[in-house]
Design a protein around this ligand. Structure first.
Ligand SMILES: NC(=O)c1ccc[n+]([C@@H]2O[C@H](COP(=O)([O-])OP(=O)(O)OC[C@H]3O[C@@H](n4cnc5c(N)ncnc54)[C@H](OP(=O)(O)O)[C@@H]3O)[C@@H](O)[C@H]2O)c1
Length: 321
């Protein structure tokens, strides 16, 4: 065992994101002394992969979490609310993916903001450094897997029913997702903004450290299983030519410019399985003096959740030692 090896727990280990966290930890050879896979009581005794090993799943409870150095919460807000604060208070570094502690400042309990905010910030950061940033108008095209296994299974079931001429009923989503688009991701507030839109604006301002940044988002659930797309119109303080923006983005860390030519792009499905933010269709808006339009695609599960969480954990453990 290496001296820096940790006892790591993944809560929600049987879910789409939890399984990807285990894959990323194994791929990066994260130094683990022990890995504990936890989920609901219904999964007790099931197995999940950790590299070449199979881990036995246990039902999450405070006893199983005791002694862990690092705990990922990738279940739901209820589970995070029940266990995460106590786990952090017991001394573990906690990375929460549910978003429910977004406004809490606890040094040992870190929110790994999921979804498009961190990838979009990776694109906007270098643009802002070059030309300033005034306003971002963004539309997100969010896949069925964004709500986990229930979303994937509802969309595949509806696709089969619709192709057989049968009617469908929405359960996990608010409306039919098979061969349809739903312009509301999460609950709508009194002003008509959805939960996903609010989270994106809050997380984007925080990650870019621009509390006053003007952001308006429209989040749309689309009938895609995995992979997320973003269309952004970015108003800068000084004009930035599309060619210059492409040059800047080509050199930016974590960004893969789809092509040097205007018009090239990567689709969400093509981004799945990759660690990059794929940027394409970088072009000037002829109707506004200092505005660039662009498209970005990411793997929502890997880049948008698991990889981000593991990278935050690596930084947190380095800083807290
Ligand atoms: N999917 C995405 O694109 C994405 C992106 C960013 C952030 N996130 C966040 O990541 C988290 C997990 O999402 P997911 O997509 O992986 O969902 P998922 O596929 O539905 O998996 C949910 C996981 O939570 C576990 N769970 C549910 N109820 C539980 C309980 N009462 N006690 C213990 N474990 C329980 C499930 O265990 P069982 O198998 O036993 O039911 C499963 O392991 C959520 O907070 C989500 O908001 C997701």
């Amino acid at each position: 065992m290496r001296g820096d090896a940790r006892v790591v727990a993944v809560v929600g280990a049987t879910g789409i994101v939890g399984q990807e966290i285990l894959s990323v930890l194994a791929e990066r050879q994260f130094p683990v002394a022990d890995v504990r896979a936890m989920a609901s009581g219904e999964s007790e005794g099931n197995r999940v992969a950790f590299g070449a090993r199979q881990l036995r799943v246990v039902a999450v409870n405070q006893d199983e979490l005791r002694g862990a150095h690092l705990v990922f919460f990738a279940a739901d807000t209820g589970v995070s609310r029940r266990f995460a604060s106590a786990t952090a208070a017991a001394g573990a570094a906690v990375i929460d993916l549910s978003g429910c502690f977004m406004d809490d400042a606890d040094r040992r309990l870190v929110t790994a903001a999921g979804g498009p905010a961190v990838p979009l910030a990776a694109v906007l950061g270098p643009i802002a450094a070059a030309a300033g940033l005034r306003r971002v108008c963004v539309a997100t095209y969010e896949p069925a897997s964004g709500i986990g296994r229930a979303g994937v299974s509802e969309m595949s079931g509806q696709a089969i029913d619709l192709l057989h001429g049968r009617g469908v009923e929405a359960a996990a989503f608010t409306r039919q997702i098979g061969f349809n688009c739903i312009p509301a991701v999460g609950a709508l507030d009194a002003e008509g903004h959805s939960e996903s839109e609010r989270l994106l604006a809050t997380a984007l301002r925080r990650v870019l450290d621009r509390p006053a940044l003007a952001v308006i988002a429209t989040a749309v659930r689309v009938p895609v299983f995995f992979g997320l797309g973003v269309a952004a119109a970015v108003e800068t303080e000084r004009p930035l030519a599309a060619g210059e923006a492409r040059r800047i983005l080509r050199e930016a860390p974590g960004i893969l410019l789809s092509d040097d030519e205007a018009g090239a792009y990567t689709t969400p499905v093509e981004a799945v399985g990759t660690d990059a933010v794929h940027v394409g269709r970088v072009r000037s808006d002829p109707s506004v003096p200092a505005e660039l339009c662009l498209w970005a695609a990411i793997d929502n599960v890997r880049k948008g959740a698991a990889l981000n969480a593991v990278e935050i954990a690596e930084i947190a453990l380095r800083e807290w030692d």
